[in-house]
Design a protein around this ligand. Structure first.
Ligand code: HEM
Length: 420
């Protein structure tokens, strides 16, 4: 097996175009799927993903974005996530070369992965998350009250994109007053259509984080950014890019994901008075409800670099090719879940016999999301505080929802009317 050397991300320009089918790819596995295509009006990213499951084969290949494999079923998604020996996380964006920076621990495979992950783990322990939870609650209440008084809102810009940024600022102890600036940087990076705009957004975040980690190195606090800055003292420190990359990962990791998770959850509730009532009548169901929304709305279409030739369900994959893991396919997989598309807080297969969530939304294996407890806490607070203050709300019928796929699927625009 050939392990790629850490830090050796290909510097080649990303190929966003189409390539010829290589001879080892069977013609019946080819699908015309470009995850960067806009979602047509009135459609949904999960409908687009479900078409992949209707092709008659579970492992597919698309010529778009330089050509890559796609796993479309929950069992294969988990198989890729767990088998880091075959599927390297060093290159996790498709096309290759799209990501310009290393972001340890995300871009490092075991065994080196653990040393970077150890910097993050203490900051997501229950006691830390409990403290952040209360911070999030205050802000959530403030935003919800404003929306309630207005009688309407555009949810993404007025609520769900704001909460994760504030949480990030709390974890790393940065001034909340600068949140608009951070939001703008994050948006420029996440929603840029051109690579140069994306790089410009990234550049602003990196240069700021670089400056702050320098300051924290000199005068450390007890926040995560200080711990990341302290990596410079670690005997295994391997260059400044590691420090800035770790800081960037914590900035970006919880931004689009939590935004999307909250937005999809409130989109469903806006259309289902029965589910709203269930939570109001029985708030103890909230943790399970959050888990069910996470299951149904799997996020992120990350890639892996294939390290060795491998066969799976009739597909012959070769070393040095890319494979996509569209986690959203897992939650709509009817082979895994009964009536997978339905939201059912009581579905028995939501948790294993040991009470562990069965979904793949936070990944599996070494890279399993370190921020999961925080994401869950934020979503729970939203359910607790929103439904207490705004028990009735619905989609504005005159303003259609806009949804995107990309690396992290989500909602761009969603207008809500408050009241029955
Ligand atoms: C609903 C919200 C979230 C979802 C769905 C999510 C999903 C994921 C997934 C699937 C991975 C594994 C990477 C992969 O398979 O390609 C991951 C890793 C990661 N996530 Fe999250 N995430 C969420 C929220 C957060 C938050 C709030 C933070 C921190 C503030 C965070 C920080 C990270 C970090 C640092 C990693 C890298 C872990 C490693 O490589 O060891 N995430 N996340």
């Amino acid at each position: 097996m050939s392990q790629t050397a850490y830090g050796s991300q290909p510097a080649a320009e990303p190929n966003y175009g189409k390539v010829e089918r290589p001879p080892h790819v069977a013609p019946e596995l080819v699908v015309d799927f470009n995850y960067r295509d806009p979602i047509p009006p009135g459609e949904d990213n999960y409908i687009v993903l479900s078409r992949l499951q209707q092709q008659g084969h579970d492992v597919l290949w698309t010529p778009h974005n330089g050509g890559h494999w796609i796993v479309t079923r929950g069992e294969d998604i988990r198989w890729v996530q767990e088998n880091y020996q075959i599927f390297s996380h060093e290159v996790f964006n498709i096309p290759r070369g799209m990501s310009r920076i290393i972001m340890p621990p995300l871009t490092v495979d075991p065994p080196l992965h653990a040393r970077y992950r150890a910097v993050f783990n203490p900051y997501f322990q229950p006691s830390k998350v409990a403290a952040m939870r209360e911070k999030a609650r205050g802000l959530a209440i403030e935003l919800i009250e404003k929306i309630r008084k207005q009688g309407c809102c555009e949810l993404i810009s007025e609520f769900s994109s704001i909460l994760p940024v504030i949480m990030f600022l709390g974890i790393v102890d940065l001034p909340v007053e600068r949140r608009q600036e951070f939001l703008a940087w994050g948006h420029q990076f996440s929603f840029a259509k051109e690579q140069k705009d994306r790089d410009a957004g990234l550049g602003k975040v990196l240069s700021y984080l670089n400056q702050v980690t320098q300051q924290r190195f000199e005068k450390p606090g007890d926040d995560l950014l200080s711990a990341i800055a302290g990596w410079r003292n670690n005997p295994r420190f391997n260059g400044e890019a590691e420090v800035t990359g770790m800081a960037a990962l914590i900035f970006f990791g919880g931004l689009d994901t939590v935004n999307a998770a909250i937005s999809f959850m409130l989109r469903h509730l806006a259309q289902s008075p029965a589910h709203r009532q269930r939570i109001i009548d029985d708030p103890a169901i909230i943790p399970r409800a959050v888990e069910e929304y996470l299951r149904r709305h799997g996020l992120s279409n990350t890639g892996r670099l294939i390290l060795e030739d491998v066969e799976r369900k009739g597909a012959t994959m070769k070393a040095d090719e890319m494979i996509m893991v569209p986690i959203g396919c897992s939650g709509i997989d009817n082979r895994l879940y009964n009536n997978a598309w339905d939201i059912d807080y009581d579905r028995p297969e939501l948790l294993s016999d040991r009470g562990v969530p069965t979904h793949n939304t936070f990944g599996n294996g070494p890279h399993k999301c370190v921020g999961a407890p925080l994401a869950r806490a934020e979503m729970q607070i939203v359910l607790e505080e929103w439904l207490k203050r705004i028990p009735n709300f619905r989609l504005d019928p005159d303003k259609p929802i806009r949804v995107h796929m990309d690396s992290v699927p989500g909602i761009d625009e969603m207008h809500l009317l408050i009241g029955a």
